[in-house]
Design a protein around this ligand. Sequence first.
Ligand code: PNS
Length: 162
Amino acid sequence: MARFTRAIYPGSFDPPTNGHLDLIARGTRIFDELIVAVLRNPEKHPLFSLEERIEMLREVTAPLGKVQVEAFEGLLVDYAAERDASVILRGIRAISDYEYELQMALMNRKLNPRIETVFMTAAESYSYISSRLVKEVHLLGGDIKDLVPAVVQQRLKAKVPV
Ligand code: PNS
């Protein structure tokens, strides 16, 4: 019998990039439903507020269907269990991501062995993109047109005119 699988794609998304969007799009081809879960992380002083990050993600994922965008706080595995999700989806860009991701996956498995972490490799063309570098390049006057969805570029320009 086919099983309905709901996956959670968690992150800070400060801001969402084309790499995130690519992973979300590919995730929707594998899972029945994908919840993009945005971390409420005021202690990290994100550039975009939680509401802004959610708005941008909702806008860019709307054409995909099957995607919900929500905020979460506390332990990711508790949130996943609450939402009846059996999979945590994470993207891996390079070997350097792997160590941190492995550590998180193992900790999450220890906390709740019924939730499986699934890694997807980033598309080559997006493998160098990170939210941190996008912000840095923009702040220093570089062109981020090919790195983020248009709405994110507009919001970045509005927030940090350069
Ligand atoms: O995009 P990011 O910032 O790398 O995402 C990190 C995230 C949100 C997946 C991670 O910080 C997280 O899961 N935070 C929730 C708190 C938690 O569950 N911590 C234990 C995980 S090992």
